[in-house]
Design a protein around this ligand. Structure first.
Ligand code: APR
Ligand code: PHB
Length: 394
């Protein structure tokens, strides 16, 4: 079999890339290790930046997002028992974010791919990438006991943190940067109305909490927990009780509790691989960078990698120019490091670290207090939160 671009991974990165390439007349195949249901079963974040919204529109999959997604123009910050609103819209000259779950984004992309009859091989086992240091790379995979070869012009490694593509790049050509945080996020989904119209990010003496949502009737809440905690040990009752203790009086009063239908603990990590290109193989999304979820940047970064990558490939085929593919890694990494910096900073500001004494909590409060009383401080948060422009700094 032959295709122009072999895409490994049918998460949001791979699916969005496939769609953007298809719109430009570039054929592609997606190989995914799991079943489609498994991919849709993963619960992840749900805040889309404007550039991500625009990309989903460009890919032709924005209709349901505009109908069901919730536009948010601000966030709330709670510390020292007081809530402060960051008016993102006002501070960024009219920018907002959209609350729309990653699961829904993935669903819309899968449906569009299926409707257009584009090839996706689910349960593709033992995917291997070959000869990407030449102009004739190949991919092989196993399915139903047979090995299938695919010849292609490019390989797109959209296969997440545990994928095969980054692992296949020569060790000597790679630099990796990593920080693992000494706590996790315990998250639940419940069909209860959100406690507040906007998201509340909480710095409390008992640790971080986040009040998020998926719709007017579905809430998503998180608690900072020690990494040694086991999800089975957290009853719904215990979760609600702990959340209450981290909120302010008003939120405590408005909180509607109920049975959760999803509960999990996620570790927090900052991770970057440099470069993001190895000959004719490109990495995008979680395959080459992870952010802690505090800044809601994971999906948005994946989407902008894919934008740069699809533009570079379109330029290659339509204009016979390699300029875009040559600068892909550098362009992405500029944006990646800015988002990594923001996510690390926001995480550090909002969480209790086990080795920090009482003085660090005081530093955090003083910094939050300063930021909330400084327009430029608030603007720094707002412009990073809504997402820096694609051409920022260039
Ligand atoms: N062969 C085929 N597919 C693979 C392989 C492999 N060896 N390894 C991993 N995959 C698949 C996974 O099963 C998964 O469906 O690649 C896909 C990668 O998807 P994601 O992990 O969702 O990564 P990405 O598409 O880059 O999405 C980034 O997801 O984790 C969040 O915060 C992150 O929101 C961001 C988004
Ligand atoms: C979520 O709704 O899952 C969510 C929102 C904001 C974040 C992280 C997660 O910063």
């Amino acid at each position: 079999m032959r295709t122009q671009v072999a895409i490994i991974g049918a998460g949001p990165s791979g699916l969005l890339l496939g769609q953007l390439l298809h719109k430009a007349g570039i054929d592609n195949i997606i190989l995914e290790r799991q079943t489609g249901e498994h991919v849709l079963g993963r619960v992840r974040a749900g805040v889309l930046e404007q550039v991500c919204i625009d990309l989903l529109d460009e890919a032709g999959v924005g209709e349901r997002m505009h109908k069901e997604g919730l536009v948010h123009s601000g966030i709330e910050m709670l510390f020292d028992g007081q809530r402060h609103r960051v008016d993102m819209n006002k501070l960024t000259g009219g920018k907002n974010v959209m609350v729309y779950g990653q699961t829904e984004v993935t669903h819309d992309l899968m449906n569009a791919r299926q409707a257009e009859g584009l090839p996706t091989v689910y349960e593709a086992h033992n995917v291997k990438v070959h000869d990407f240091d030449t102009t004739r790379p190949r991919v092989t995979y196993e399915k139903n006991g047979q090995t299938h070869p695919i010849e292609c012009d490019f390989i797109a490694g959209c296969d997440g943190f545990h994928g095969v593509c980054r692992a296949s790049a020569p060790r000597s050509a790679i630099s990796e940067y990593e920080k693992v945080y000494p706590f996790g996020w315990l998250g639940i989904l419940a069909d209860t109305p959100p406690v507040c119209e906007e998201l509340i990010y909480v710095n409390s003496p008992r640790g971080f909490a986040l009040c998020s949502q998926r719709s007017k009737t579905r809430s998503r809440y998180y608690l900072q927990v020690p990494l040694t905690d086991k999800v089975e040990e957290w009853t719904d009752e215990a979760f609600w009780q702990e959340l209450r203790l981290r909120l302010d009086d008003e939120a405590r009063e408005h909180l509607v509790t109920g049975p959760s239908f999803e509960k999990s603990i996620a570790p927090l990590r900052s991770f970057v691989t440099e470069p993001m290109r190895f000959g004719r193989m490109f990495l995008a999304g979680d395959a080459c960078h992870i952010v802690p979820p505090t800044g809601a940047k994971g999906l948005n970064l994946a989407a902008t990698d894919v934008k740069y990558l699809s533009s570079a490939m379109i330029e290659f085929y339509q204009e016979k120019s390699e300029a875009g593919i040559d600068t892909y890694s550098q362009r992405c990494l500029g944006r990646v490091w800015r988002a990594e910096r923001f996510s690390w900073w926001f995480t550090s500001l909002m969480h209790r670290f086990p080795d920090d004494g009482a003085i660090v909590a005081k530093f955090q409060h003083a910094e939050l207090d300063y930021l909330m009383h400084s327009e430029s401080g608030q603007r720094m948060i707002a412009e990073n939160y809504v997402g820096l422009p694609l051409d920022f700094g260039s």
